[in-house]
Design a protein around this ligand. Structure first.
Ligand code: ZN
Length: 278
């Protein structure tokens, strides 16, 4: 009976817990603990210690507070042994409570650099990051934009600096190319490169035209990161998080493990008009 919840089913440690090859208990730490803590928060449990650091919340540290919350969850279930340990039965019980998605975000891919872009991986990685929080990333459309020779010269390298509100310039022109997307969907443009070679993506876009731009040499989680900027908006602070495991860390998007989000980031994303209830 493999895990089915989008929140849990991609996590290697939780798969082991479900297969009775591991447990999460006091002293455990990492993304698996973070995901269980997040589920407990969404079930209404209060975890003030675990959520105390806004840059790392929930913290993924299985301490006494998490143990007591797990015990309470087990006791309330009426069928589980209230030992405060996440084992096979407890993870299955949690899994059953989060089977569906509760939110969805629709992405439209537009490419002027189709040959180099690992679309499939960008999409599936974005799906996994947001699925951890019950948010479904939907592929709404994909289009390779045919450019004229002068457009090709202009857009081959984006020279404009990345800013939040783009009312003019190359980004704005670029994001006017191709088919429009319905309001409240997000356009993701793929280009070859930016003049600033260190920057691999940009979440800036024209007001009321949600879009981001990602370069062809972007790393595994860059599309998810730029979509994160669009969802969080320029008004969310901090823009970048000083925790290397976080999707919104400025530079750690080549991580092998799946990036995480804080509860505050997720709350803001869930409240976005671009993140609709299912
Ligand atoms: Zn960023």
């Amino acid at each position: 009976m493999p895990l089915e919840s989008p929140r849990f089913k991609f996590d290697a440690t939780l798969k082991k817990v479900e297969a009775n090859q591991a447990v999460l208990q006091k002293g455990s730490s990492g993304t698996a603990v973070h995901l269980v803590q997040f589920a407990l928060l969404d079930l209404g449990f209060s975890l003030p210690v675990t959520t105390g650091n806004q840059n790392n919340s929930p913290d993924g540290i299985f301490g006494e507070e998490t143990k007591q919350a797990v015990k309470k969850f087990q006791k309330d279930s009426g069928t589980l042994t209230d030992d405060g340990i996440i084992g096979q039965k407890t993870i299955r019980e949690l899994d059953g409570l989060f089977l569906g998605f509760d939110r969805r975000v629709r992405l439209h891919f537009r490419s002027i650099a189709l040959t180099n872009v690992p679309f499939e991986r960008s999409l599936s990685n974005a799906e996994i990051v947001y699925a951890q929080y019950g948010i479904k990333i939907e592929f709404a459309s994909g289009q390779s934009i045919a450019l004229t020779e002068s457009q090709r010269e202009k857009f081959d390298q984006i020279d404009q600096e990345c800013n939040w509100d783009l009312n003019d310039g190359e980004f704005n022109e670029l994001q006017g190319l191709g088919s429009r997307a319905p309001a409240n969907d997000i356009l993701v443009f793929y280009v070859h490169t930016f003049a600033d070679g260190n920057t691999l993506g940009c979440g800036g876009h024209a007001p009321n035209r949600p879009a981001c731009t990602v370069t062809a040499n972007a790393l595994a989680w860059d599309t998810a990161h730029e979509v994160g900027h669009v969802l969080l908006t320029s008004r969310f602070s901090p823009v970048h998080v000083n925790d290397r495991r976080n999707l919104m860390h400025p530079t750690s998007r080549s991580l092998a493990s799946t990036p995480i989000l804080t509860d505050r980031q997720v709350a803001k994303i869930r409240s976005s008009p671009l993140c609709r209830t299912v």
